[in-house]
Design a protein around this ligand. Structure first.
Ligand code: ATP
Ligand code: MG
Length: 467
């Protein structure tokens, strides 16, 4: 199979380090910076117990990679030769879970350690592969993969070289099958094996390449980057529920802004958000500013451990695609407000075919957008009613975002900022002032911007409100 894997490699530039070795490079404790007390003690205990029971077991993946880069790992994964049933037999607090493949979760209070049995890549040369264990579709995409394998095979089926490092906390050695340490030193994301084939097997790897490049501030190695643009449309065939999970990881991990830039550059944004991508083509400056401001604010909230809601994020990602639709419906004779409602409905329905946004988020997206129509209408008791609305904060933050992207609202954001800060009599004056300026209920008419300099309004606190 390896032979087939490398048949397409003709370029003299290609280095042999694409190979997964059958014997790894072994780094002793003096040759790497990892220390066993940097790892979760539960994960270390699990590895020790599995080894004592006679199995192979290692810490693997993101935790080894991140600690080598002095980044605090998100979680600790264990890989072992024991089957899920064998692992469960060793630990009372273990549960077998299985979505795409069977895994064991071992619970220690709130911490969960994921233990995965070594797996192999698909036997693609086999005509009569066992369809219960593995299957691919015509384009080469893996549909199920529950084929257990050896440690070497497990290293080979992993996505990137930097994700295929195994740490043994007992001997304190690192096993490197794919020159991952070299790529960590050179800050490179490099697929293991033939990039085109590996992306075809699982197109989500293209998104993962971008996610790790943005998070780690790594480059994507040339041969791993080149196939992405031509293969990007393959993301259209990925189940929408899986894409929802991936998109959350892309945009809620604290690196959404650089991730967005890279997705656009590598043409991965189009298959994820087709309507927004069109808006990006027709109205590049506004669309780009609105989305990247929203993402930058989200990043800064994530880094401050403040809550963020996917609803605000999706509301911003999709908003630039709305006007063209509203206009089209209006041209067919629909009045503005129903046209807006209908356009919002259509857009969200279409988007959900690509990315399955759950209802608990689509409802607040609609509410944030509805709020944009209501914020200009402030006369009488309306302003106070809006202030009491649980979506007010998100709606107001969204208004500021639109303004900072260049939308003209005749100072509406400033008005609301002032209104929130004013005392009762100040508020009454502001409403009276509106009346004398003939607020029609359709939007702000003659109000001047308060002050010549804009207030600072798009700071970290003012968007992606985590309610
Ligand atoms: P983080 O958890 O910090 O996002 P990670 O590398 O741990 O990063 P996970 O999604 O938790 O990423 O996956 C754990 C490991 O499983 C990865 O390091 C990689 O080796 C392997 N892996 C995950 N997804 C894939 C995939 N689609 N194809 C091949 N290997 C994968
Ligand atoms: Mg992980």
């Amino acid at each position: 199979m390896l032979k087939k894997l490398f048949q397409s490699f003709r370029s003299p530039l290609r280095k042999p380090q694409q190979h997964v070795r059958t014997t790894p490079e072994v780094l002793s404790s003096s040759q790497h910076s990892l220390q066993r007390n940097q790892f979760s003690r539960y994960a270390v205990n699990i590895v020790e117990r599995l080894q004592t029971a006679g199995y192979q077991a290692y810490l693997v993946g993101g935790c080894v990679r991140d600690l080598m880069l002095n980044i605090e790992p998100k979680d600790f994964d264990v890989a072992t030769s024991a089957t899920p049933e064998q692992v469960r037999a060793e630990f009372r607090n273990a549960r077998i879970i299985g979505r795409r493949f069977k895994l064991v979760h071992i619970h220690f209070g709130r911490e969960i350690i994921e233990v995965a049995t070594f797996r192999a890549n698909h036997p693609i040369d086999d005509e009569d592969e066992d369809s219960n264990q593995s299957s691919r579709n015509e384009s080469g995409r893996i549909l199920r993969d529950n084929v257990y394998g050896t440690l070497e095979e497990d290293a080979q089926r992993r996505d990137f070289t930097i994700n295929a490092l195994y740490y043994d906390p007992v001997t304190e050695r690192v096993l490197d099958f794919a020159n991952g340490v070299h790529d960590i030193r050179n800050r490179l994301i490099r697929l293991i094996g033939d990039p085109q084939q590996r992306y075809k097997e699982d197109p989500v790897r293209m998104l993962r390449a971008v996610r790790f490049a943005a998070k780690l501030d790594f480059g994507i190695e040339k041969h791993s980057a080149t196939p992405i643009r031509p293969l990007a449309p393959m993301l259209r065939d990925i189940p929408s529920a899986r894409l929802f999970e991936e998109v959350l990881k892309l945009f809620l991990s604290g690196y959404a802004e650089p991730t967005f830039e890279m997705l656009v550059d590598l043409e991965l944004f189009e298959p994820l958000f087709p309507a927004s991508n069109k808006a990006l083509e027709y109205n590049p400056t506004y669309t780009h500013t609105l989305i990247s401001d929203a993402l930058a604010n989200t990043d800064s909230r994530v880094k401050q451990n403040k809550p963020v809601t996917p609803a605000f994020l999706f509301a911003a990602l999709l908003w630039p695609a709305l006007p063209a639709r509203v206009l089209r419906l209006q041209e067919r004779g629909m009045p503005p407000i129903p046209a807006m409602q209908e356009a919002a409905h259509e857009l969200i329905t279409e988007q959900c075919q690509r990315i399955a946004i759950p209802k608990r988020f689509t409802m607040p997206i609609r509410e944030i957008w509805d709020m944009q129509e209501r914020l200009p209408r402030r006369s009488g008791k309306r302003a106070d009613l809006l202030l009491d609305n649980p979506r007010f904060r998100a709606g107001y933050d969204f208004l500021l975002l639109r303004e900072s992207a260049g939308e003209e609202t005749e100072g509406l954001g400033d008005w609301w900022t002032e209104y929130q800060e004013a005392n009762d009599s100040g508020r009454r004056d502001m409403i009276r002032d509106l009346g004398s300026k003939s607020e029609t209920g359709q939007g702000p008419r003659k109000r001047r911007r308060s002050g010549s300099t804009k207030r600072k309004r798009t700071g970290a606190d003012s968007s992606a409100s985590g309610e």
